[in-house]
Write a protein that binds this ligand. Structure first.
Ligand SMILES: [Zn+2]
Length: 490
């Protein structure tokens, strides 16, 4: 591969020889690195794991729901306990859904079987009943349909076929994780007027039911779903570490004009599932950065940052980050840069950290600061051995900022750091002038996937508990990359 950082590569070699070496590296550089290590000394993977488990226990944490409100209160306490000042914002109202409880039971003669793996799709209406299970709707009496996907009238953006018979409930077995073990959760049309609920099930369960129905077995489905669907305001939690300048007695407005760097992560589980990797992992990373940085400053081991550092956990992905950006613009607060975390706790394939997007010129200085950190600490405990930068793929909160007029005009960077994206592996062309993979010179860049992406299987046991080091990498690299970048500001 191309080695873009000759100086930092030298330092990385020096680290492996020990920081106290009298001749290598130069003492000032060694001292600088030692100071940096004090900044990240408080990052704790075991605590990040605990935080993920606690967040997942609160429910899917969807914005505007009781679970989302419990998560916001939990985060407010957690950032406060880390010594930061915290504010909770009510974002603009939107359609929200929260699935409170459900039960799906198969009935075949005297036998009953609860489908424990069934999970409702978003905006499924509250409903209960019992009906024969069928592969095809044949009568006007209520029927439970087993299908690879819901009828068109239920799907977002699909044309409505009002002449088709309406099922009472639908089981969907055609949208699962790559291994088939868990249903992938989609959203139905946003709003309270969807006519029937949709439950995702695993591929093997679907195959078993199809075989039973094909053999002429009489199977009935009993279901109940308690859900809340309403227009409501998601809650976004914002915590802050103040800048070392201007002096404490300077007007607050002056500090706000000087701007802040923003670390962020969406706090909802997005698809409505458990959301351990997507995105309790990102929330846990923010807490590790905040608590480690604040603790180092409190202990006198690091100066306060050159600019204010903020941490935002969005009540609703994309929606809340857009509200925050507009709120800052309205109040004359400058967002200097954004480092977003989305799926920072697991990867099904390669063990690597990705930085995205590297094809926006405004991002290059901040990406290069992070790459220098990665090169300097390669082989050091708590840092990844492999990393990659990839082109714009979209779909995360950093794009809410980088696509805005203020970011484009000001050439301000907005990155997303992650260890997996989407539900299947992908490769993309390497961006010209950027290193791509750290471990091979290639014109393609891999983006790792999470088998449990947006599924009922995104639990701590399946994801973040299995690879907790991902969260440690993400916290240390983001913190040190931001710190180095902040020190370059005039
Ligand atoms: Zn996400």
């Amino acid at each position: 591969m191309t080695i873009p950082f000759l100086i930092t590569a030298t330092l990385a070699g020096a680290i492996s020889q020990g920081l106290a070496s009298p001749s290598q590296p130069p003492p000032t550089a060694a001292a600088a690195l030692a100071g940096e290590l004090a900044l990240v000394a408080g990052v704790d993977e075991a605590r990040a794991q605990r935080h993920v488990r606690e967040l997942v226990k609160l429910g899917p944490r969807m914005g505007g729901t009781s679970s989302g409100e419990r998560a916001a209160a939990w985060l407010e306490r957690a950032f406060s306990a880390a010594g930061l000042s915290v504010e909770v914002f009510e974002d603009s109202p939107r359609w929200c859904h929260g699935d409170e409880s459900w039960k799906v039971t198969l009935i075949s003669g005297p036998e009953q079987e609860v489908l424990t793996g069934a999970w409702p799709w978003g905006f499924s209406p509250a409903s209960s009943g019992e009906a024969p299970l069928t592969l095809e709707l044949t009568s006007a009496t209520p029927q439970a349909l087993l299908a690879t996907r819901p009828p068109a009238r239920q799907r977002r953006g699909a044309a409505s076929d009002t002449s088709a018979p309406t099922p009472a409930v639908v089981l969907v077995d055609g949208d699962t994780t790559l291994d088939g073990a868990y249903p992938v959760l989609q959203h139905l049309r946003a709003g309270g007027d969807n006519p029937y609920p949709v439950f995702g099930i695993s591929r093997p369960t679907g195959q078993r039911l199809r075989a039973a129905l094909a053999s002429g077995a009489q199977v009935a489905l009993r279901w109940s779903l308690e859900t809340t669907i309403k227009r409501a305001a998601p809650r976004t939690v914002v915590a802050s570490i103040p800048a070392r300048e201007p002096a404490a007695d300077a007007p607050q407005a002056a500090a706000e004009r000087r701007g802040h760097i923003l670390f962020c992560a969406h706090g909802d589980s997005d698809a409505g599932g458990p959301g351990a990797d997507d995105n309790a992992s990102g929330e846990a990373v923010l807490l590790e950065i905040a608590s480690s940085w604040a603790a180092a400053i409190r202990a006198g081991k690091a100066p306060a940052p050159a600019r204010e550092v903020r941490f935002a956990v969005w009540g609703s992905e994309i929606h809340s980050s857009g509200d925050y950006r507009k709120r800052c613009e309205k109040n004359g607060q400058t967002i200097l840069a954004v480092i977003n975390y989305d799926q920072a706790g697991y990867g099904s394939g390669a063990d690597q950290l990705n930085l995205e997007p590297d094809d926006l010129a405004a991002n290059v200085p901040l990406i290069r600061a992070c790459l220098a950190v990665l090169a300097d600490y390669r082989g050091h405990a708590g840092f990844p051995a492999r990393w990659a930068t990839n082109k714009s793929l979209g779909g995360t909160d950093s794009y809410v900022f980088s696509s805005s007029r203020s970011f484009r005009r000001g050439a301000r960077p907005a990155l997303t750091l992650f260890t997996s994206a989407w539900g299947r592996p992908e490769t993309h062309p390497r961006t010209a002038g950027m290193p791509g993979h750290s471990w091979e010179d290639n014109d393609r860049v891999t983006v790792d996937y999470d088998n449990y992406y947006h599924s009922a299987g995104d639990t701590p046991e399946n994801t973040t508990d299995r690879e907790p080091w991902n969260m440690g990498w993400c916290a240390r690299v983001g913190l040190l990359g931001a710190q180095r970048w902040l020190e370059t500001l005039p």
